[in-house]
Ligand binder design. Structure first.
Ligand SMILES: Nc1ncnc2c1ncn2[C@@H]1O[C@H](COP(=O)(O)OP(=O)(O)OP(=O)(O)O)[C@@H](O)[C@H]1O
Ligand SMILES: [Mg+2]
Length: 468
């Protein structure tokens, strides 16, 4: 791919230095822009496209460090190479770690060092652009991070995720089990400026009160029976990053009160501790219950709900977006081919039809498991309906129920007339121990018609087994 000429901004108050660095860069084919201090540089960065910044640190008006800090705070800044007259490894590390510089070089900078650094920085910029372009392309084709879906509700969800991810706002995720709440939380984290910081998920349902509080806020040694060591809680551990509070409505109500205070104050105190710690955590809460019902039943604090519900993302159930089935199924086929060393090429249209007629109470997780099963069962080639677990899309198997003396044929709701007739004939035969004359008599058919129907069923089934 052809890239445009890279543009390097050179910031130095000394004219001679600025020109020397600028001339070197231009001799290597870069375009240059020049500024005499940090604030002039910021002005240029606002109005011009800049790929890399090469800056002096000691300058009047606004120093290089101040420039680095403002760029760091902006989040998406170009890589900065800091040049400074006074060296030392500590200074270098601080410029890189505390101020987010790309790299550091001592003045006067050796041309070959500068060239190598600028080349590396430009490569990083191009890779990031390429990555962004690919992600955008993928999201338009129905993929956002690990989330897959090109139905209208999923497209809307992806757009909202992209919009809210860069902010610090709390998010409430609701949706049935297996609909992708945790995946959405991870996508929000990954698309946010916090992506390099921790993502921590806590399941609020799994633990009793003291333990959930210790899990969230941490504890000091001896703060309760069993607290043998000091422990850092998830709030502290997720500092700078994102915390997913899973199954929020199951959190003990007293803990909800404490959590609310921590969220309001952005300070946390370990159980049994005396000092508060500042925490900067983005909170995402998830629940598969109806949150308003939980508030009405007194299990979820209304004030906490409103604190967390800055954005509410309601994930659609899979049955409400069955048009996503082909894309999801294909993605899972590929995933499980790799995982199990299989060579499955896809789903036969009749298999897909069965997937469409299933209700998917377990949502995408259920589909994922079904496809894994099919991939393993099939090994290679197309997946035919015979590889599907029996309950998928056949409306449930007709049965004879025996209760006391009487026997009843049960046909699940949704069974077609054709299927009902076949089931009735087969179950009657089962009842008569395969005596066809008696079965025909019970069913009110001539034996000849019964035999014709059986032959027809037999033919149909061997065709289905062949996958035709
Ligand atoms: N949109 C999606 N695209 C791809 N995979 C998905 C999607 N949604 C869910 N999955 C799959 O389903 C699994 C379950 O999703 P997830 O754990 O996010 O559900 P959940 O809503 O948190 O469920 P629960 O309420 O049971 O915790 C995921 O690990 C993933 O494999
Ligand atoms: Mg979950």
């Amino acid at each position: 791919m052809e890239y445009p000429q890279s543009r390097i901004l050179v910031v130095d108050d000394e004219c001679e230095q600025r020109d020397r660095v600028g001339a070197l860069l231009e001799s290597w084919g870069y375009a240059t822009l020049k500024a005499t201090n940090g604030s002039e540089a910021l002005g240029l960065l606002d109005s011009e496209q800049v790929d890399v910044v090469v800056t002096d640190l000691m300058m009047p008006v606004m120093t290089g460090l101040e420039l680095l800090r403002s760029l760091h705070e902006r989040g998406s800044a170009p890589p900065v190479i800091a040049l400074t007259a006074f060296g030392g490894i500590e200074k270098a590390l601080s410029v890189i770690h505390d101020y987010g510089a790309f790299w550091f070089a001592e003045k006067p900078v050796q041309p070959e060092v500068l060239r190598a650094l600028v080349e590396r920085a430009v490569t990083q910029v191009r890779l990031a652009e390429e990555n962004h372009r690919l992600r955008l392309q993928l999201s338009q084709q129905g993929v956002l991070d690990e989330l897959i879906g090109n139905s209208d509700p999923m497209k809307r969800l992806f757009a909202t995720i992209r919009q809210i991810a860069p902010t610090r706002a709390s998010v409430l995720l609701t949706g049935e089990s297996g609909s992708g709440k945790e995946l959405v939380a991870r996508a929000i984290h990954k698309l946010s400026p916090r992506t390099k910081q921790p993502f921590i998920a806590v399941n609020c349902a799994a633990l009793p009160e003291t333990l959930i509080e210790s899990e969230l806020f941490g504890h000091e040694k001896g703060s309760f029976t069993g607290a043998v060591e000091r422990r850092v809680g998830c709030m502290e551990a997720a500092d700078g990053g994102t915390l997913l509070l899973d199954e929020l409505a199951e959190m003990p109500i007293q803990t909800q009160g404490k959590l609310l205070r921590v969220l309001e104050d952005r300070r946390v105190r370990r159980l049994g501790g005396r000092t508060d710690f500042d925490v900067d955590v983005r909170v995402i809460a998830a629940t598969n219950r109806n949150a308003l019902d939980a508030i009405r039943d007194g299990r979820l604090r209304e004030d906490l709900y409103y604190r967390l519900n800055v954005f509410h993302l309601a994930l659609p159930a899979l049955r409400e977006r069955k048009e996503d089935l082909p894309l999801l199924a294909d993605a899972f086929v590929q995933r499980y081919n790799l995982q199990h060393g299989c060579k499955v090429s896809g789903l036969h249209p009749s298999t897909l039809e069965r997937l469409y007629s299933h209700n998917w109470p377990g949502n995408v997780r259920e589909l994922r498991n079904v496809i894994e099963y099919c991939v393993v069962m099939t090994g290679e080639g197309l997946i035919y309906p015979k590889s599907l677990p029996a309950h998928i899309g056949d409306g449930g198997a007709p049965t004879i129920e025996v209760s006391g003396e009487s026997e009843t044929v049960t046909l699940p709701f949704g069974t077609s007339v054709e299927k009902a007739e076949e089931a009735l004939i087969r179950l009657t035969l089962q009842h008569t121990n395969n005596n066809k004359t008696r079965a025909a008599l019970i069913l009110g058919l001539s034996t000849k018609t019964l035999l014709a129907k059986l032959r027809q069923y037999h033919k149909g089934h061997s065709m289905a087994a062949d996958g035709r």
